[in-house]
Ligand binder design. Structure first.
Ligand code: GSH
Length: 209
């Protein structure tokens, strides 16, 4: 049994989608980041950075924060969605790191300035809008002629998809990125992706692209 601490955000949904793909038994603990649940001393004991997502795996006693580390841990434990050969694995890690260090943080800043605080800083809006556009260009190019970011469906796709699902907040028209658009819908057709999106609860319909 896994205890899963999460909220209705892209980083949380990465883990819930993987848990659903793996068909694991897990218990959800909603951490309402709008109500500062992530800042309580109890949660700090589970997540040293006061952020969701986090898991405790009672099979192994492992407690983890950081969505990328959780994806790798679960994929390795169950030997799925992360190739075991070193070359295939390196490619998935490359794109997982790209998501963790680039796509997620930059799109997160775009949400902050473009969606939640428009008009606060023209400079920041321009900077992050440009970076979002650049990153969408990188991903669209990567997906040219491919169904998935790497050879097979992997944790690299699972890490990127929930961030792309907020394309409206990023002022992105998916039709301008045909390879991303097709990939977005390909993943959306998966039942585990649909189920994982609505953890810990359904707050809105999934953007359909
Ligand atoms: N690098 C971390 C980022 C986690 C993160 O930013 N979580 C956000 C929600 S998506 C959060 O907990 N925010 C609450 C806060 O910053 O106080 C990861 O990928 O797990």
């Amino acid at each position: 049994m896994i205890d899963f601490y999460t909220w209705t955000t892209p980083n949380g949904r990465k883990v819930s989608i993987l848990l659903e793909e793996l068909g694991l038994d897990y218990r959800v603990h909603p951490i309402n980041i709008g109500a500062d649940d992530q800042k309580t001393p109890e949660f700090l004991k589970i997540s040293a950075n006061n952020k969701i997502p986090a898991i405790i795996d009672h099979d192994t006693g492992v407690s983890l924060m950081e969505s990328g580390a959780i994806l790798v841990y679960l994929a390795e434990k169950h030997n799925r969605f992360l190739p075991s050969d070193s070359i295939g694995r390196a490619a998935v890690m490359e794109w997982l790191m790209w998501q963790m260090a680039g796509l997620g943080p930059m799109l997160g800043q775009a949400h902050h300035f473009l969606h939640f605080h428009p008009g606060k800083s023209d400079y920041a809006e321009l900077r992050f809008k440009n970076e979002v556009t650049r990153l969408y260009g990188v991903l669209d190019k990567r997906l040219g002629g491919r169904d998935y970011i790497c050879d097979e469906y992997s944790i690299a796709d699972i890490a990127c998809w929930p961030w792309i699902s907020r394309y409206e907040w990023q002022q992105i028209n998916l039709a301008e990125y045909p390879n991303i658009h097709a990939w977005y819908k390909r993943l959306l057709a998966r039942d585990a992706v649909k189920r994982g999106y609505h953890v810990p609860r359904k707050v809105s319909e999934i953007p359909t692209g």
